[in-house]
Design a protein around this ligand. Structure first.
Ligand code: AMP
Length: 142
């Protein structure tokens, strides 16, 4: 399948659709998932137009994981999480719904199950507050 330049993440990357960003560098961006499966659910994506894992080159993969490690540490701190789950889907059969490569960062607490995937829109003010907490943790060094 050819990369769809109008997928929602491509539009966020172009600034056409708003997102609660927590991190941006030359190669990657991280922002809040609008239908979080846990409070603090954050997405990390490469800026390059790649649909899935099989189209990432080694340099992009390294850049994405570099950002994932930093942002995951900040999410863990910001949400006082017991652990972090990473998720990543390739192809509709695997559950992928947005066809621009991305990693999910999910803060986990021992007593809290995850909410459903892409089910319930979060309040925008709450997402803004969660993004602020993660940025503060990043600024403090993770
Ligand atoms: P996936 O199934 O891995 O492709 O997941 C796509 C994710 O993107 C889901 O968790 C959605 O909640 C999330 N999502 C969809 N639209 C937006 C948006 N406009 N901003 C942030 N996250 C989004």
């Amino acid at each position: 399948m050819a990369y769809d330049a109008n997928n929602i993440f491509a539009r966020i990357l172009r600034g056409e659709v708003p997102a609660h960003r927590v991190h941006e560098d030359e190669q990657t961006v991280a922002f809040m998932d609008v239908m979080p499966q846990a409070d603090g659910h954050t997405l990390v994506l490469p800026k390059a137009p790649v649909e899935n894992l099989f189209e990432l080159d080694d340099e992009m993969a390294a850049a994405v994981m570099h950002t994932v490690r930093r942002v995951a540490a900040a999410v863990k701190t910001a949400f006082d999480a017991d652990g972090i789950t990473l998720m990543q889907f390739n192809g509709p059969a695997a559950g992928q719904t947005v066809f621009h490569f991305h990693m999910h960062i999910l803060p986990r607490h021992a007593d809290r199950p995850l909410r459903g995937h892409g089910r319930t829109m979060a309040d925008q003010a709450l997402l803004a507050e969660h993004a602020r907490r993660i940025r503060a943790a990043l600024d403090a060094g993770g």
